[in-house]
Design a protein around this ligand. Structure first.
Ligand SMILES: [Zn+2]
Length: 815
């Protein structure tokens, strides 16, 4: 459905003097334009299945397009696009995730393909790299544990200090220590660091601090921790639980450039490899256990459908003689034990017969008088369903009448096709968020960050983990971090789509959607369709969706942008809806990859005509842009890579229509300032790049928290002015308003007091500033401005009686 957004729901508990300002914020954000809801057109007809088969690999390939009309046409095919779009001198280049069959189908439809950018081999290399990193850490731990055994003869200490750094931050002194313990892989004990109180003093005289394990992807890396100290220590000592000792000199940390908002001693860099959804959840659980006073784990209300499938097989090769079979039990619950054999009985005039022995199903095909097999697919299907219906269900291939004669097939084991180790749960999966804040009772302004709606996007979850760690691990010694954690209610959900996430790690690296099979038996429900199933979790939401007639989502169950059978049909989406419904959540970030974009609503339009969902008001858009420059500057600080202006703005302007996306639901349904990151350069970049992207976008996410905090504490009143220019029309002038900060302007031209019912100064058009008003010379303009936090210029009371608003009689400018 499409709803009119109701404005901000966050109501800070304000002192009485500011209550009016708060109510102004409510009025300010009710957008008159939002009442104009485009008429819902019929959804674009489902394109034919593009023909992806499960035994095909999918690559990221360029598609070369002439213009945005051709882009809309491509989107309408339901092809699986990543989030790249480049406007070149003579057209548009986008990236599609396609198999050979899909390339053939789209080429026949007139589309032109360019370079192949990312292949399944690249992904396999990333996984191998990750496995090798984890294995190397484990081997190193084993080697160290062996060398530093507990016997007295060992000369190797079982603990060694990697680094000890001292810094000052304002008046605060901090000591950060990293150490490796030989038993760290298997023993979760923290280590105690003793300090001296300066050169020549006794170790211990400066006090002590504990450091805790840093475990990544199940591999212990080292112990780390920082604490405030009262003097600069010269040496530190760690005595391990077995009594071994390590001593190290304390170093002075290099000063960080002053423009860096994080003080010296600010800890970052907490990810060492890609993490599967299971590992992401383990990580936030470990963090919440370590910081119980300022964080907790919340299990979201809806479990996924699970990393599980029915065991299946497709017997035969020609469409009309193929027999598809699915187990009734899930693969891991016995379905994988079922086997089917199509046997030639080798005698004349044999009847069609099915024998079930345990989980083995044998079909003896019928023969004619000369001993030739005569059973058709349709007949075999009927016989299997009649005689083996407690084990399996059989059907003809993709709606074929099944009139072809079936050939014999050797005993074939049905398979769910799932390759993840048994440690990956096959049950409906709980989805977890970590909630960070000193006050987690809804009384503080809420901020939500969520990642991995799209399974194959492996970097965005790391950005959320890195951010959570920065908040928790810097809390004790970094004043600015403490201000955020003490005053905000921060929800971080690292993986919205864990089933698809596991599938992308273990089975099909290009998986975008969830794992749920909504395809009918006469469609692509068979084993060969399994890499095309699933709902695009970023198209299944409630606002300006496919079901409302908007573009950029598909009704085809095999499409990369399949919107699902209905709005919020998927548990993953109901979880995001639940998170967004927290009444205090006011800002959000939906993290995707890739393309280095930074975007907000509207995210969809209806074609033809590109009728977009309502645009934010000028004040709202000003806040989006203003905050964007802060967030993007923070991202750039990491390695001087910039998100370009061309990639910043409303989704529908800078990317393409994405009907039913989550950002639109959060903005239009819940009034949340909802942003979208498209992190980095590809789904699964080489680790060095993935790491850099994680660091830079975590900078951006932390900056968004600062934006939220500043929004909450904004008591500064905006100021505004009117500029007057010569008009092309005689006797008229062109006037525009400008404001000192993101703010809305209400004005009158009839000398009446301006109120919230007066005309709201509007934006001129896409990505432009305020509109130009052309009015007669001598008109007196009355106006006031109000910022996004509800502060009114000059403390004017629009609903009161005072006259301390702005007034100006416009004269003809000179020249
Ligand atoms: Zn995505």
């Amino acid at each position: 459905m499409s709803t009119v957004r109701s404005g901000l729901r966050w109501r800070p508990q304000l002192p009485a003097a500011t209550v009016l300002a708060a109510s102004a914020a409510v009025l300010l954000l009710v957008n008159p334009a939002a009442a104009i809801v485009p008429q819902a057109a019929a959804p674009v007809a489902a394109p034919a299945d593009l023909g992806r088969l499960a035994d095909e690999r999918a690559d990221v390939v360029e598609v070369i397009l002439a213009d945005s009309a051709e882009l809309d046409a491509l989107v309408a095919t339901g092809v699986d696009l990543d989030h790249h779009i480049t406007h070149t001198g003579d057209g548009i280049v986008v990236h599609a995730v396609v198999t050979g069959n899909e390339v053939a189908t789209l080429t026949r439809a007139g589309f032109t393909f360019g370079k192949v950018l990312h292949t399944a081999e690249d992904a396999a290399q990333r996984v191998a790299e990750r496995e090798a990193t984890i294995a190397a850490h484990l081997a190193e731990n084993q080697e160290y544990a062996a060398a530093a055994d507990f016997s007295a003869r060992s000369t190797v200490s079982d603990v060694r200090i990697i680094r000890a750094d001292y810094y000052t931050s304002g008046d605060t002194q901090v000591l950060s220590v990293e150490a490796k313990w030989a038993q760290g892989q298997t023993d979760a004990s923290p280590l105690t660091v003793e300090r001296d109180s300066g050169p020549g003093t006794e170790i211990g005289s400066g006090g002590s601090q504990t450091i805790s394990r840093f475990v990544d992807a199940g591999a212990y890396l080292y112990h780390r921790g920082a604490a405030q100290v009262t003097s600069r220590p010269a040496y530190v000592r760690i005595t391990s639980p077995s009594g071994d000792v390590a001593v190290a000199k304390v170093n002075e940390w290099l000063p960080i450039p002053p423009k860096d908002p994080e003080g010296p001693g600010y800890m970052k860099d907490f990810v060492a490899s890609y993490l599967t959804p299971t590992e992401l959840y383990d990580r936030i659980k470990a963090l919440a256990a370590q910081y119980p006073k300022i964080s907790e784990i919340v299990e979201l209300p809806y479990r996924t459908n699970g990393y599980r499938r029915k065991a299946q097989a497709v017997l035969g090769t020609a469409t009309d003689s193929r027999v598809a079979v699915d187990s009734l039990a899930w693969g891991h619950q016995g379905g994988n034990d079922v086997t089917v054999e199509l046997a030639d009985p080798g005698v004349a005039d044999a009847p069609l017969a099915v024998t079930v022995t345990g989980t083995q199903v044998r079909v003896d095909l019928a023969t004619d008088g000369s001993g030739t097999v005569t059973s058709t697919a349709e007949q075999v299907v009927a016989a299997l369903n009649a005689r083996a219906g407690t084990l399996l269900t059989a059907y003809t291939y993709r709606g074929s009448p099944g009139t072809g004669v079936v050939g014999p097939a050797a005993r074939t084991a049905l398979s769910d096709g799932l390759a993840a180790p048994a440690a990956v749960s096959r049950d409906p999966h709980p989805v977890y968020a970590i909630r960070i804040g000193k006050h987690r009772d809804g009384s503080r302004l809420g901020v939500l960050a969520y990642a991995q709606e799209h399974a194959r996007e492996w970097v965005p979850p790391l950005v959320t983990i890195e951010t959570a760690e920065r908040l928790l691990r810097n809390y004790a010694h970094d004043r600015k971090t403490r201000e955020l954690v003490d005053n905000l209610d921060i929800w971080i959900a690292p993986s919205i789509n864990p089933d698809g996430g596991h599938y992308s790690f273990y089975d099909f690296n290009s998986q975008r959607k969830n794992m749920t099979n909504h395809c009918p038996q006469d469609g692509s429900a068979d084993f060969l369709g399994r890499n095309s199933w699933g709902v695009d979790n970023n198209r299944n939401y409630t606002e300006y969706s496919l079901f409302d007639g908007y573009s950029g989502a598909s009704t085809s169950c095999t499409s990369g942008t399949y919107a699902g059978p209905s709005e919020l049909s998927e548990p993953e989406n109901r979880n995001v809806d639940w998170l967004a419904a927290r009444p205090n959540v006011t800002f959000s970030m939906n993290l995707h990859s890739s393309g280095n974009y930074f975007m907000w609503s509207p995210g969809s339009y209806a074609t033809p005509g590109r009728i977009s969902a309502p645009r934010p008001t000028l004040a709202e858009e000003s806040l989006f842009w203003g905050a964007s420059s802060r967030i993007l500057t923070a991202i750039k600080r990491h390695r001087n890579l910039a998100v370009t202006p061309a990639r910043t703005g409303p989704i529908a302007d800078v990317l393409y229509s994405a009907a039913g996306n989550s950002g639109d639901m959060l903005w239009y349904k819940y009034g949340i300032y909802a942003w979208n990151f498209e992190v980095g350069t590809s789904f699964q970049p080489a680790w060095q790049e993935a790491h850099a992207e994680t660091m830079e976008f975590s900078n951006g996410l932390v900056e968004m928290l600062r934006v939220a905090r500043d929004f909450d504490t904004d008591r500064k009143r905006p100021t505004s002015s009117l500029s007057v220019r010569v008009s092309a029309t005689p006797g008229m002038v062109d006037v525009t308003f400008s404001t000192s900060e993101p703010a809305a302007v209400f004005y009158t031209l009839d000398r009446s007091r301006p109120t919230y019912d007066s005309t709201l100064y509007g934006s001129a058009g896409i990505r432009e500033g305020g509109e130009t008003l052309t009015i007669p010379v001598g008109t007196t303009v009355h106006w006031f401005s109000v910022d996004a936090a509800g502060n009114v210029e000059k403390n004017y009371k629009p609903d009161g009686r005072g006259n301390n608003h702005n007034k100006q009689k416009v004269k003809a400018p000179k020249g």
